[in-house]
Write a protein that binds this ligand. Structure first.
Ligand code: GLU
Length: 548
């Protein structure tokens, strides 16, 4: 058969050749030694799974820490899965985690020299490569109807043969030019299939960067490369795109491992170098003692919107995902508390072969640590921005006076053992309610005789001076101790015979704390009172006295 004639019959409209795409239109990248070019290639389903953020973070780290490039490619060849706004939901989701792309689809369209980066705009490119395969006798049109394919499958069952379009079952493999031409003239619809060079019983081997050596059967199926509408299958688009775009490492979900034989073969027939593969195991969840994939349907935390709504800062989610990605990350973080995560040398080949467990409690503690390392201004900003969308009442308080808000987050911040009261922005209301009259409620009371509490507070109000420094402030508490039969030093109280004192200076400050904040435990009380100011503190104390 004259393959060139067949190629012209099938693709008369394709003028740019595969060779031109390979050599002229998509030139080789000029990259430093060891630079990795990676990509994240979601379908526009509008749903960003936390596992997708995980995979894209791994891709991003590999590209950026080696001086390579990170691409966002949209794989929209399956129109059934597409959702309106599906692309922007994914772009916004990744953006909200600070995952930065160098090339590809973005909010304003796309940028980069290796586009288009949306597969539905690349139709002619794929067709040019199929045309070249036809010229080489490596692809052919298949006119089998659904019924015929079903009949083939049924026959294979009877024969106990491997399913798929191959060998004797590949009915259209050897159609003549005349038959093809007649079918086309008759308006029969057809797909384009690869004429697989694979041999039954053949094996292939490849080395997965994460999973190590993998061996599997060679592909012998004449897989579909172009569907009847001229749109490529995932397999074919993957091979063409990752070759032309110069992807060095395909880092993707491990559900694709069984397809590597197809992919290797496609790169081979296309005469293009296959990238390295790293297959990432899915993020898991523990349920009733066993592990299963984190599920979009069952687990709210599978959706990235969950983290935004709960108010986990993006830094926390990224930090947690890095602990899942490399087991050495936590040790590194302990040794380098203040370095950005980008300083960590991520190792793709140290990723686990089985899926890491996604544990919300662990995320919580990682996040509390991340927030404890933030500045007061960062905490104020994060919490205020979150509250604007999710808690208008809190937002009104936090946004009213920026300096006051920053001031409250500055209390007890920093130092060797920072407090870790806030793990997510939705914890902030509980943390800071007493700083705002609009949010304040009395949560705890003192177990102390009410008259005694009154006396303490009245005496305290008589000496309270808002201009006192730290020592003077505590001095006032001591000052009132003798008159009420309290020890002005805790040491003194402990050394004395029981019954000598009714209490000690610490009890005095506890009463003041409960009066001012409505709680028994708070950060540094003097700082709290200094920030709240005299009028507010005095009012709280008077109200408390009145309530006793
Ligand atoms: N579009 C494919 C998916 O969503 C991408 C797989 C890949 O990264 O190659 O699963």
């Amino acid at each position: 058969m004259d393959n060139n004639k067949l190629a012209e019959l099938l693709f008369p409209h394709i003028k740019t050749t595969a060779q031109q795409y390979r050599e002229e239109i998509y030139p080789k990248r000029d990259l430093p030694e060891g630079a990795m070019v990676t990509r994240f290639a979601p379908s526009p389903t509008g749903f960003l799974h936390i596992g997708g953020v995980f995979t894209s973070l791994v891709n991003e780290r590999c590209a950026h820490q080696t001086g390579g490039a990170f691409i966002l490619r949209i794989e929209d060849t399956d129109k059934k899965r597409e959702k309106e706004d599906g692309i922007s939901a994914i772009i916004d989701g990744l953006d909200s985690f600070g995952i930065r792309f160098d090339e590809g689809v973005n909010k304003n369209g796309e940028s980069g020299a290796y586009g288009p980066y949306t597969q539905s705009f690349r139709g002619e490119i794929y067709q040019a490569f199929v045309k070249e395969l036809v010229e080489k006798g490596l692809a052919y049109p298949c006119f089998c109807s659904e019924e015929e394919l079903t009949a083939i499958r049924a026959q294979q069952e009877v024969d106990k043969a491997m399913p798929g379009y191959h060998g004797q079952y590949a009915k259209c493999r050897d159609l003549s030019y005349e038959e093809i031409e007649a079918n086309i003239k008759a308006g029969k619809s057809y797909v384009m299939r690869l004429r697989s060079p694979g041999k039954p019983g053949g094996r292939i081997k490849y080395k997965d960067v994460i999973k190590g050596n993998i061996e599997m059967d060679e592909n012998i199926v004449d897989i579909v490369v172009l569907k009847s509408d001229g749109i490529p299958t995932y397999h074919f688009a993957h091979a063409v795109d990752d070759s032309l775009m110069g992807t060095t490492h395909v880092i993707r979900g491990d559900e694709w491992v069984p397809s590597v034989n197809i992919h290797q073969q496609l790169f081979y027939v296309l005469g293009m170098k296959a990238p390295k593969y790293a297959h990432v195991a899915p993020v898991m969840k523990e349920e009733d003692g066993s592990k299963r994939k984190l599920s979009k349907r069952k687990d709210p935390e599978a959706a990235v919107s969950y983290f935004t709504q709960e108010g986990y800062p993006k830094e926390s989610v990224i930090e947690y995902l890095l602990t899942l990605a490399n087991s050495g990350y936590e040790d590194w973080r302990r040794a380098n508390r203040d370095l950005p995560y980008t300083e960590y040398k991520f190792q793709l080949n140290k990723m686990g072969q089985s899926g890491p467990l996604f544990d919300l409690q662990k995320l919580h503690s990682v996040s509390a640590d991340v927030i404890s390392r933030m500045t007061a201004a960062e905490v104020a900003e994060g919490a205020t921005a979150w509250a604007e969308t999710y808690d208008p009442e809190l937002h009104a308080c936090l946004a009213a006076d920026k300096a006051y808000t920053e001031g409250l987050f500055a209390i007890d911040r920093g130092g060797k053992k920072p407090r870790k009261d806030i793990a997510k922005w939705s914890d902030v209301k509980g943390y800071c309610a007493y700083f705002f009259d609009g949010l304040f409620s009395r949560e705890e009371a003192m177990e102390m005789d009410k008259d005694l509490q009154k006396e303490i507070l009245e005496r305290y109000l008589a000496v309270y001076d808002e201009n006192d420094d730290k020592d003077q402030w505590f001095g006032r508490m001591k000052e009132i101790c003798p008159a009420i039969g309290f020890a002005s030093e805790v040491k003194e109280f402990k050394a004395a015979e029981p019954g000598t004192f009714k209490g000690h200076v610490g009890d005095v400050s506890s009463v003041v704390r409960v009066a001012v904040t409505g709680r028994k435990n708070t950060p540094d009380l003097r700082s709290i009172m200094a920030l709240m100011g005299r009028a507010m503190c005095e009012q709280r104390i008077r109200d408390y006295i009145a309530s006793l």
